[in-house]
Design a protein around this ligand. Structure first.
Ligand SMILES: CC(C)(COP(=O)(O)OP(=O)(O)OC[C@H]1O[C@@H](n2cnc3c(N)ncnc32)[C@H](O)[C@@H]1OP(=O)(O)O)[C@@H](O)C(=O)NCCC(=O)NCCS
Length: 174
């Protein structure tokens, strides 16, 4: 099981483009992604759009790395951040080598604390495809309560199929 001290979160940089491409070559990440990033230009867009969201206040994203080796393990980020409503959504993925060891629970917990603390959010929402049971377990384990099922709220980018999503959320007061 991963502990907070084993992991480090840092902003994405253009030097990570190869890691982004390798992530989006993975079938599970492709299956559940909102967008696909398949070329060097796409990978650059992934990084620059995340930097821009820090600048314009619409998001806050991190590369999850192994503290000891600095190897990139995955991504976690707040997006669609609305400071007026004190609301954001959270999204995440891990490279296959980092899965099944509780890494995302630790990373999501840290990002939630940052969102409620430093960013002053009141509510963070987490949505996942209903078939993504592992993501559901991560959500519940990190205090994101299940609030309902959203019909055809996402479309799988690989085949264009619609999927229902579970909506989970955590409040600053939970
Ligand atoms: C979803 C994801 C981030 C989960 O992160 P993770 O750190 O590997 O998750 P964990 O190791 O904490 O596992 C979560 C739970 O699922 C269980 N689990 C893990 N892999 C599993 C599998 N293949 N089948 C069934 N259960 C599994 C774990 O035992 C754990 O259960 P517990 O809470 O009862 O102990 C990661 O699997 C991933 O990146 N998947 C591909 C992309 C994706 O789904 N992104 C999310 C889109 S919403």
């Amino acid at each position: 099981m991963r502990r907070a001290g084993d992991l480090a979160l840092r902003p994405w940089t253009l030097r990570d483009a190869d890691q982004v491409l390798s992530a989006f070559a993975d079938p599970a990440i492709r299956h559940y992604a909102g967008n696909l990033y398949d070329t060097a230009a796409d990978a650059e867009r992934f990084v620059t759009s995340r930097s821009r969201s820090w600048d314009d206040g619409t998001g806050a994203s991190w590369a999850i790395t192994a503290a000891a080796t600095r190897t990139v393990l995955g991504h976690v980020g707040l997006h669609e951040m609305d400071p007026g409503l004190e609301l954001a959504m959270v999204g995440y993925w891990l490279l296959p080598r980092a899965r099944g060891r509780g890494v995302m629970t630790v990373a999501l917990d840290a990002v939630s604390a940052f969102g409620f603390g430093r960013l002053g959010l009141h509510r963070i929402e987490l949505a996942h495809a209903v078939e993504n049971e592992v993501s559901c377990l991560v959500a519940v384990r990190t205090g994101y309560s299940y609030e309902g099922t959203l019909r055809h709220a996402m479309r799988y980018p690989v085949d264009g199929r619609w999927s229902d999503e579970h909506l989970h959320a955590r409040l600053a007061t939970d």
